[in-house]
Design a protein around this ligand. Structure first.
Ligand code: NAP
Length: 267
């Protein structure tokens, strides 16, 4: 059975590792092509956009994909919408593999907001030293608050959006709480701004902020996609097994329909 994973996350890679061991699935990983050195994958990879929902639907049909898994980042809204739309048009079943959002626990000092611009405004008017871990593509939102000193951490170098006081740190997850605490101390960080991506790979900064009494401005995840959603790769494997059975039953029914009907003609 041909499977397409929309990836770009550690969850997608974990699922690919399970699928790579199976001969009954031929899985392909699709990446947007945003990072210059994407993580290695144990299955074939295709890179680049499809050309909207219609392009994705065409890809599914042309490549005889029988199951689509949206394992993209919780903040990658457009591709998830496209996946749902392409599934509806083609009838190819889709499910999502994602992470539960982080939730505050006692000791946390979070301000939760709905967008990056709201996050910029929530830092306050007084200039502060801010650790910004929101990815490199949304940085222009912080032009709404240019008075702060931003320490920006991203995997690839961000474009210069015109913020006057910026220090860029290039690094890739996972990050543990100890190294995050060291980083925050060395830059005298007063506020952490982050998207609520969930997952363990980048949650060390929240532990560090809690231990150090640093306030966190947390951008909430966009509204969840209205499709069957799992948080464990093994549950996706169970879903895939179910889709394989449905597909087999459909193929058997189609074969029966092709058998010429007995006419019962008289001699
Ligand atoms: P997005 O806004 O939802 O998608 C924009 C366009 O990029 C899509 O319409 C699609 O182009 C293309 N695209 C996105 N993901 C793709 C994939 N896996 N395979 C092929 N094309 C894809 O996405 P984004 O927020 O820019 O994120 C891009 C990728 O980075 C995603 O795959 C996501 O998993 C990963 N990522 C995102 C974040 C984040 O914070 N947003 C963080 C970590 C990783 P077409 O319409 O032409 O098909």
């Amino acid at each position: 059975m041909q499977v397409l994973i929309l990836g770009g996350t550690s969850e997608a890679t974990a699922l690919a590792q399970l699928l790579a061991r199976r001969r009954d699935y031929q899985a392909t990983m699709s990446l947007a092509g945003r990072t210059s050195e994407p993580a290695a994958q144990p299955i074939p990879v295709r890179i680049g956009g499809f050309g909207g929902a219609e392009g994705l639907a065409n890809y599914l049909t042309e490549n005889r994909i029988s199951a689509l898994i949206d394992a993209t980042h919780p903040f990658a809204e457009q591709i998830s919408k496209n996946a749902a739309a392409a599934s509806e048009v083609t009838g190819v079943p889709v499910c999502a593999l994602t992470r539960a959002p982080w939730t505050p626990i006692p000791g946390d000092n979070w301000t939760q907001v709905d967008s990056l611009v709201d996050a910029a405004n929530a830092i306050g008017t007084k200039p502060k030293k801010v650790l910004l871990t929101v990815g490199r593509l949304g940085l222009a939102s912080f032009l709404a608050a240019p008075q702060h000193n931003y320490v920006i951490r991203s995997i690839d170098p961000p474009a210069d959006v015109g913020l006057p006081r910026v220090k860029v740190i290039l690094d890739r997850p996972p990050f543990d709480a100890e190294s995050e605490e060291r980083l925050m101390r060395s830059y005298h960080i007063e506020v952490l701004v982050t998207k609520n991506s969930g997952g363990k790979a980048t949650s060390g900064k929240l532990i560090a902020a809690r231990n150090m009494g640093i306030p966190v401005i947390m951008v909430r995840q966009p509204a969840r996609r209205e499709i069957r959603t799992y948080t464990k790769p093994n549950d996706v494997m169970i879903w895939l097994a179910r889709q394989a059975k449905i597909l087999q039953a459909k193929e058997e029914a189609a074969e029966v329909a092709d058998v010429p009907v007995e006419t019962g003609d008289a001699e």
